[in-house]
Ligand binder design. Structure first.
Ligand code: IMP
Length: 198
């Protein structure tokens, strides 16, 4: 089974990627490669930050295929925020609970008679030995709630209802999320490239 190093320490993301790739790939993240360090995410697009993570991660894991993703939530009524700052929306040391609280506060300041449309975005980059091999992206449109519903998933999942569904990603089964999420879509496109390398 070929090995793919996923340049993240976010166990939730790794679980999703491993579930989507299935038995054909062995996915290990930075918890299994503690010596690999990633450069700071200084880009102002998902793609720029995913490239920073993939390239720096692959320099620390010579000869290995390294996948990185950068993802986040865009809310139209907030001008696209939190966007690339999704992980740090409530501050540099913020956790997911802080970030959801900040989002609820920002949404509460707006007129409540509009539908808060938005999307999750994901850019995935595959690199080896410091070189970018492939870039793919995916998104999922939906709407934001002003109160959390559901305890599944991670990040902003409990506040996001994907189009075509009545429940948040915090309620929908992981299998459902993994068929339609921004990460699933970016990874489906990347899987074609990965399969062509083996
Ligand atoms: P990254 O690690 O820089 O890509 O940060 C992405 C951030 O966006 C996460 O910390 C979450 O806050 C949010 N995010 C990305 N993907 C998801 C998702 O699938 N569900 C919920 N939140 C997500």
């Amino acid at each position: 089974m070929p090995l793919l190093v996923f340049a993240t320490s976010n166990a939730h993301k790794t679980e999703e990627v491993a579930a989507i790739l299935g038995e054909e790939w062995q996915v290990e993240d930075l918890r299994a490669h503690p010596g690999v360090t990633l450069d700071e995410e200084t880009g102002d697009t998902f793609e720029a930050n995913a490239i920073i993570k993939a390239v720096s991660g692959s320099r620390g894991a010579p000869g290995m295929l390294v996948l990185a993703d950068d993802s986040g939530l865009e809310v139209d009524a907030l001008g696209g925020a939190p966007g690339v700052r999704s992980a740090r929306y409530a501050g540099e040391t913020a956790n997911a609970t802080d970030n959801r609280a900040k989002l609820k506060t920002e949404l509460a300041k707006l007129p409540q008679d509009i539908r808060f449309t938005g999307r999750f975005q994901c850019c995935m980059v595959l690199a080896k030995d410091g070189e970018v091999l492939h870039v793919t992206s995916g998104s999922v449109e939906g709407r934001l709630l002003t109160e959390e519903v559901g305890a599944g998933g991670f990040g902003y999942d409990a506040l996001f209802i994907p189009d075509g569904f009545a429940e948040t990603f915090g309620v929908l089964p992981a299998d459902t999320k993994n068929q339609l999420s921004h990460r699933a879509r970016a990874l489906a496109a990347m899987k074609e490239q990965l399969d062509s390398l083996t």
